[in-house]
Design a protein around this ligand. Structure first.
Ligand code: GLU
Length: 315
């Protein structure tokens, strides 16, 4: 089967080192196997990800010299390639889950969940305590009337541990009721959840391998559950370690100099890619390299499995 890789950035700002490393690794991993690459713009949150940011992200990835076979500007059989234009597919998947009796309305506000001191995951998300799980249809209708706003929708998770073998990080599993709880499929404002959209899209686009940051490792058991419930074939997963700034903190928008607006003024694309490949362990020095040149050097076995600190002065 031909490898189909993808990069799926959420354009809530200018592309930064974390996204660039993701694009580079996804591109190298697929291309090295002779595979194809899709670019999908994950702009479900249209307030945070306006269309012009998505367009800028495409220009940035192009500037870096990483190409895609399907996606914005290229087209392809699985379009559109912007999640904001694919909500009909997410609605259809939601209805398939509803038909299995696995979806229920949730009236809890964020403030209520925090006030109820529900336990939190390491990533800060609330482990949903199941407050609305047991509401009868009459009680749910009464809540809807009382709150006067549409409910969010959650998936009833089974009493089960879901374990998988990541192509890079090894075995990872979660006991969904204990570690996550019933998770959101659609927010009360109608926005579909990332977990549902990403599964629907990767399956519909024929993606065979997903390469992304280790912050999403913990989402994978939820996604594998959705693949199963929707009768879809899951891809292989490769999670790579996160980049930390020179003080050991997760890179974020705080690190203004990690965005391509600043980096692009200081460095050429091969300079940026060479430094990232060096940090990711498969390029022996920080010398400039194009994506094409790095194909000969790329090796998952050389990529670290723990967070990567960017040394002072490298960028
Ligand atoms: N859109 C997500 C992000 O930019 C990535 C989703 C994924 O790769 O599954 O963090």
């Amino acid at each position: 089967m031909e490898t189909m890789g993808r990069f799926a950035p959420s354009p809530s700002g200018r592309i930064h080192l974390g996204n660039i490393l993701c694009c580079l690794l996804a591109w190298l991993s697929a291309r090295q196997k002779g595979g194809r690459v899709i670019l999908r713009i994950e702009d479900l949150d249209t307030a945070r990800c306006p269309a012009r940011y998505g367009e800028q992200m495409c220009r940035d990835i192009h500037w870096l010299g990483l190409d895609w076979d399907e996606g914005p500007g290229v087209g392809g059989p699985s379009g559109p390639y912007e999640q904001s234009r694919r909500t009909g597919l997410y609605q259809a998947a939601l209805e398939r889950l509803e038909a299995q009796g696995l979806v229920y309305p949730c009236f809890c506000t964020r403030a209520e969940l925090h006030a109820a001191s529900a336990p939190h995951r390491e990533d800060g998300q609330v482990i949903y305590p199941g407050t609305c799980r047991r509401l009868s249809p009459e009680e749910a209708a009464e809540r809807a009337r009382r709150t006067g706003r549409p409910p969010a929708l959650r998936l009833r998770v089974p009493e089960e541990e879901i374990t998988f073998t990541d192509g890079h990080m090894g075995t990872y599993g979660e006991d969904l009721p204990r570690d996550c709880g019933d998770f959101l499929l659609r927010r009360s404002d109608g926005m579909f959840a990332y977990q549902l959209a990403v599964v629907v899209d990767d399956a519909a686009m024929g993606v065979t391998e997903v390469v992304r940051g280790a912050d999403l490792l913990a989402s994978t058991p939820r996604q594998l559950l959705l693949y199963r419930l929707l009768g879809l074939q899951p891809p292989a997963f490769y999670h790579f370690p996160l980049l930390l700034d020179s003080r050991g903190r997760r890179l974020s928008k705080r690190n203004a100099d990690a965005g391509l607006d600043t980096l692009g003024q200081r460095y050429t694309a091969p300079e940026i890619l060479g430094k990232l490949a060096f940090l990711a362990g498969f390029h022996p020095s920080a010398e400039p390299r194009t994506g094409e040149e790095l194909l000969a050097e790329f090796d998952w076995d050389k990529v670290p499995r723990t967070d990567i600190r960017i040394p002072e002065g490298l960028f």
